[in-house]
Design a protein around this ligand. Structure first.
Ligand SMILES: [Fe+2]
Ligand SMILES: [Fe+2]
Length: 373
């Protein structure tokens, strides 16, 4: 239920932190005013002398050291777009779902995802092999025989997946932004949702990058894949935005399957390297996790994000992409809906939008009454 759409504002250091308790999911956060400090990779600026500088600290835009009562601590500012923070119940509400393809463009989108999956398995050296029933094998034997992946193989798959997953939202956001400028008309609230998805995927990549520094060969593969995929998706979005959102919906179905499998593997002890690994700080900040959170908690949160992408993109693909308003521009259903339902049909999207408008009206009335007293 929407609690409030008014941000509660807390001022911390040089940041204004806006915490939206009710926009979309029970807890969404939005970045407030930022400082002008930006992170720079010193290697990429050879002409700048290598002297200690705030500008060369990779976390300078997000972390501020403060001293309170003689104790040094850190304030982590929020420098990102709206994104969900999940309750434990929401994290467990995710189900693996599939939407049947109806019609030519849906079938084409589903086939392209299958093809992408095949290419993805090929470049990351993955072959799905069922463990023969009744066969007793140690973890080392299972890994050696290729029945289960080790932590490095899992990470390769995740990094590759996330480096590609951040592309569609940015392309869709860019093209809709340019269209809005070109036609001099409103975008109906789609741009933000697309950009939020792109950033959310990039944050997945930044999180997992803290666990490994990929080799030049791996980076070259990602470079090639991005070059091809970005341009292909750009052209396809110009031709059929609806088919592209459907394609992303199917792609996210695969992401949910991958992370569900990963969670299961950790929980049954097949990735012991990760079973007690602490969550990276960037993930604790982003998903507002407990300070002692584990990598497993992060993967649960990532899976919920992928579930959001699955639901949102399949729902957007059910709309008239040229004329319909994005029903998720002001709020999104929580994971109890998104995790158990593959998408809103157009009529459901309309009633959801009407419900949002009624909530906004009720909120405005209450606010007026409070102001009068
Ligand atoms: Fe992702
Ligand atoms: Fe995703």
């Amino acid at each position: 239920m929407l609690k409030t759409i008014r941000p509660t504002v807390g001022r911390v250091g040089t940041f204004n932190i806006y915490v939206h308790a009710g926009r979309r999911s029970p807890a969404y956060v939005q970045a407030g005013r930022r400082t002008l400090v930006t992170a720079t990779n010193p290697k990429s600026s050879p002409s700048i002398p290598k002297v200690p500088s705030t500008l060369t600290q990779s976390d300078a835009a997000s972390t501020v050291n403060i001293q309170t009562s003689g104790v040094n601590s850190k304030v982590h500012g929020d420098w990102v777009l709206f994104h969900p923070v999940y309750t434990p119940e929401e994290l467990n509400a995710v189900e693996v779902l599939h939407r049947e393809a109806n019609g030519f463009s849906d079938k084409l989108a589903a086939s392209l995802v299958k093809l992408s999956r095949w290419g993805y398995d090929l470049v990351t050296g993955y072959k799905h092999k069922e463990i023969p029933p009744g066969k007793e094998m140690s973890l080392t034997e299972l890994r050696k025989e290729g029945y289960v992946l080790d932590d490095k193989q899992w990470l390769s798959r995740i990094l590759f997946l996330e480096s590609i997953a951040g592309v569609p939202g940015m392309v869709a956001g860019t093209l809709r932004h340019l269209q809005s400028l070109r036609l001099m008309r409103r975008d109906n609230g789609w741009i933000h949702t697309c950009l939020e998805e792109a950033e959310n995927e990039r944050m997945h990549l930044m999180t997992f990058m803290t666990l490994r520094n990929p080799s030049p060969f791996f980076r070259a593969m990602i470079l090639g894949a991005q070059g091809v995929f970005y341009n292909m998706f750009f052209l396809c979005y110009l031709i059929s935005p609806r088919a592209c959102h459907r394609f992303v919906g199917y792609l996210e179905e695969e992401a949910v399957i991958t992370y569900t499998r990963c969670i299961k593997e950790i929980e049954i002890g097949r990735i012991p390297e990760w079973s007690d690994l602490p969550a990276p700080q960037i993930a604790i900040d982003y998903w507002r996790l407990e300070p002692d959170a584990k990598l497993l908690d992060v993967i649960y949160a990532v899976r919920s994000d992928e579930t959001t992408h699955r639901f949102v993109n399949h729902s957007l693909a059910n709309l008239d992409v040229k004329n319909d308003v994005n029903p998720f521009a002001l709020r999104e259903p929580d994971m109890h809906v998104k995790g158990k339902k593959i998408a809103f049909e157009r009529e459901e999207a309309e009633s959801y939008l009407n419900e949002t408008r009624q909530l906004l009206q009720a909120e405005a009335k209450t606010e007026k009454k409070v102001q009068k007293h």
